[in-house]
Write a protein that binds this ligand. Structure first.
Ligand SMILES: Nc1ncnc2c1ncn2[C@@H]1O[C@H](COP(=O)(O)OP(=O)(O)OP(=O)(O)O)[C@@H](O)[C@H]1O
Ligand SMILES: C[C@@](O)(CCO)CC(=O)[O-]
Length: 471
């Protein structure tokens, strides 16, 4: 069975779904969080400069089934990457917190990984997918370590056994924040399981909403630390909060500044994936190295990116900004072009990204920049106003012939959401509704099937999905 991202969906072991869960501790539930596009400021944001990012409608979905007391395993089933791994809860290194490290509280601000815990976890990560080729193993182990780190910090040894199934409609490692969206899902689900999240409900005061989002975001950042090494936190922040944000983190020991960009405009954007795999950690490290070698020049480039981002922010949030105005779009397009040029000079573009940019330039219909970490992954093109339909279709055909993939997505949607219990009424008033059980979730083959079965409801009416929304 082919799943999205070209992977095979794994069957559930027979005993997992045939066994009757006699005394379930909690009903199955789901959590979802979006990917993002960085509109301006990637890489510079790692070095304390501003970035502007918006949530997209492609999302990750996590389904959690709590098992009865007779079970003692935590099983991760991540079909998009072909991972299926179980740990015995009683074997896990819980004692590290009592012996050598102080266990962080769920409300703590954790800004670096605890080396003692990382070391204690290592044998449990080493046992994940030992016979897979190194590249795939790394993908499995980084996903597993972000889960295990959060699990050990947030849960207790007496925690109930559970099956965690994660599916995403996002391409993995393509600059659209797949890792952040899975970390937000894991963080929210673990915090929900230990009953420290209130809501979401519609009349929740803003301060309370803020506190829940902050809690989820802090732990999602810790998950990102496990996958990335040196994340700025912009991806998990926009994935948690949704909409669009202007983000800056100058002092890593303090929470970042995240200013919501109110009424983010509906920009005419194309989002195209080169399908060139790369790792965010590697691209971030490249810029770090460049800064070490040439501190003055690199710092100037990062400062220039900051100026471009702030200039775009000023433009977009000015009361007269109109996404249908030729002048406004041209201004924003010029800023796209400048930002991309600066990223090229930092060494994080790729011939395939340049190929996309050249194709758009030849067609003369917009401005292109890479988005996310670069080195492959995705590009975004801001289209000129009144683009000729034929010219656009021609370009889209060319993308396809070159082996690139275009995504249809909308910007500025909801952040983290929860479906508790995992039951949908699908627009009817019928009692009971349809339970999204683990098997149904695993059987959804494509991104479209996942959206149809359990999506947060871009197309269907799904009021059962709840979001922490600020008024
Ligand atoms: N659907 C998924 N299932 C399991 N693991 C995933 C999934 N999506 C992402 N991951 C984990 O996140 C890693 C990819 O993170 P990476 O930061 O390189 O890419 P990205 O988040 O898509 O891009 P960017 O950070 O530039 O936006 C994978 O190696 C894997 O460990
Ligand atoms: C490249 C980067 O700026 C964005 C990745 O989406 C890294 C980060 O901010 O953590």
């Amino acid at each position: 069975m082919n799943g999205i991202n070209g992977s095979r969906a794994l069957p559930v072991r027979p005993h997992d779904h045939e066994r009757k869960y006699s005394t379930p501790m909690a009903p199955p539930f789901m959590v979802s969080a979006p990917g993002k596009v960085i509109v301006f400021g990637e890489h510079a944001v790692v070095h304390g400069k501003a970035a502007m990012a918006a949530a997209i409608s492609l999302r990750s979905y996590l389904h959690v089934t709590t098992l009865s007391k007779s079970h003692r395993t935590i099983r991760l089933v991540f079909p998009d990457i072909g991972l299926d791994h179980s740990w015995d809860i009683d074997d896990l290194p819980w004692e590290v917190f009592t012996k050598i490290s102080r266990k962080p509280r769920y409300y703590d601000l954790v800004t670096s990984l605890d080396e003692k815990l990382v070391q204690a976890m290592q044998p449990f990560i080493e046992e994940v997918s030992p016979s897979e080729p190194p590249e795939k193993r790394k993908i499995h182990q980084s996903a597993a370590s972000s889960f295990l780190y959060l699990f050990l910090c947030l849960q207790q040894p007496s925690t109930a056994a559970a099956i965690w199934v994660l599916r995403s409609t996002l391409p993995i490692g393509a600059g659209l924040g797949s890792s952040a969206s899975i970390c937000v899902c894991m963080s929210a689900a673990l915090l929900k399981q230990i009953h420290v999240l209130s809501g979401p409900h519609h009349d929740q005061p803003d301060e309370e909403v803020e506190m829940q989002l902050e809690r989820i975001n802090r732990w999602a950042f810790v998950g990102e630390l496990c996958i990335h090494g040196n994340p700025s936190g912009v991806d998990n922040t926009v994935s948690t909060r949704g909409k669009a944000v202007l983000f800056k983190r100058v002092d890593y020991t303090k929470p970042p500044q995240a200013t919501p960009v109110k009424d983010f405009p509906e920009l005419p954007l194309l989002l195209v994936n080169t399908k060139q795999p790369r790792s965010t950690a590697t691209e971030v490290a490249k810029v770090g190295l460049l800064k070490k070698k040439y501190p003055d020049v690199t710092e100037k480039t990062l400062d220039s990116i900051d100026q471009v981002t702030m200039s775009a922010y000023k433009l977009i949030t000015s009361p007269n900004f109109n996404p249908k105005s030729d002048t406004n779009i041209e201004h924003l397009g010029d800023l796209f072009q400048m930002n991309h040029g600066m990223l090229v000079s930092l060494g994080v573009s790729h011939p395939k990204l340049e190929h996309i940019r050249e194709m758009v330039d030849y067609a003369g219909i917009g401005w292109t920049k890479l988005t996310g970490a670069g080195g492959g992954g995705c590009a975004i093109t801001l289209l000129k106003t009144h683009v000729n339909r034929e010219a656009l279709e021609n370009l889209q055909d060319k993308f396809e012939s070159a082996g690139f993939e275009e995504y249809k997505t909308t910007l500025g949607g909801d952040g983290v959401g929860i479906l508790y219990p995992a039951v949908l009424r699908n627009g009817t008033n019928e009692k009971g509704g349809e339970e999204i059980n683990l098997q149904k979730f695993l059987n959804a083959k494509t991104a479209d099937d996942i959206e149809k079965l359990a999506g947060v409801g871009v197309r269907e009416k799904r009021p059962e999905w709840k979001f922490w929304r600020l008024t």
